[in-house]
Write a protein that binds this ligand. Sequence first.
Ligand code: PFF
Length: 452
Amino acid sequence: MSNQKRDSFSGKFGVIVAAVGSAVGLGNIWRFPYIAGENGGGAFLLIYIFFVIIIGIPVMMSEFVIGRRSGSNAMGSFRKLAPKTSWWLVGLMGIIAAFVILAFYSTVSGWTLEYIFQAFKNSFSGKTHGQLSNDFNNFTASSFHPILWQIVVMAITAFIVFRGVSKGIEKASKILMPLLLVLIIAVCVRSLTLPGASKGLEFLFKPDFSKITFKVVLMALGQAAFSLSIGMGALITYGSYIRKDTPLLGTSFQVAAADTIIAILSGVMVFPALFALGGESTGGPGLVFITLPGIFQSMPGGYVFGILFFVLIFLAALTSTISVLEVVVAYFKEDFKISRLKATLIATISISILGIFCTLSFGPLKNVKLFDKTIFGLADYVSANILLTFGALLIVIFTGWYLGKSKFIDEVKLSCKVNPIVLNSIVFIIKWVAPIAIGAVAIGAFFIKDLM
Ligand code: PFF
């Protein structure tokens, strides 16, 4: 397939904005605070940042190199760069991961739409933590509304993806991302000015090393992969739309930095307010949906902050759902040689069907359990901690050992002059440090009894 026929991002800024749009989402705002809260706060944050640097950035660069060099989708890339081998299975695993992630991710994105609506109606007002918790449980246990919102999310995502990369994804991200940052900072300021906020900051930034276990390490690695959108080919697919003159090294650093800053800001948004107003750091997935409305409704200006906050999460989720759906659409379109419209429709409908099962697992299907987890819980756990982590491992092994140093360096050098010492260090990390680190966590995790 010729490269001219493919859509491409309009330039360096467009790529960064779209990749940051993919990275920043529910993973930062919904998942990071609750996983950090359950896994030791400051100690978790430290390990998380360590993994972003030694695994996140190398995997991200590898995905960009694989995508741009092949000019193809997540699976086609491996077929092109490693013909007559089984490496395409890594791409297939990525496409399966995209299905699983979007299925449960669209459930939670749908909840944010309901909560925007509830915030508008001022329905959090005057409610205790227990009542808000009941409201959340009743809503998620019902079938009609959660499914309806999920379908709305999928339809909006499909519409943007259908419009194509530069027109749809890039344009949407360019407007949504800066808006998101402004809103997060506004909520952070509010949270930090509450009396007693410093305890929350201490929880987030003061590591208690006695809390580190293998499970905490695995959760930090899974969260880093999930949050950076690595390990399933989203950034291979976006990489295939990156022009040859866009610097891959700088882009990877900027995307990882932006994502990590937003995750930390989400922590700063949640924990000080939570500690100031007496919530629990181990509130689990309900942290954002149960505790924060309670905090907003009990503070001055809370009505507006409540609305802004849920709009903010929804917008962040949308720029991520777009990138996940694009992985599947690009694959269907290019491998089955069908139109973008057909590919988008087939992907959207099939993922939505799986997604409905995730949504129903809070209600009628809540007793359907595998490894003691609901369908939703299993999709959440397996995607981050198994599929993405394993995907990231195979991607660095592919880049470091199959593609090789010289091809990797050639591709990086196309767009910028990089100091040879920096380049050699990155290659060393991709070849040795990242695979050994992920492998060690995977082996360690294998022996943990209460892993699931
Ligand atoms: N990184 C996104 C988030 O933090 O919400 C989720 C995600 C998007 C994961 C794309 C994986 C992916 F390929």
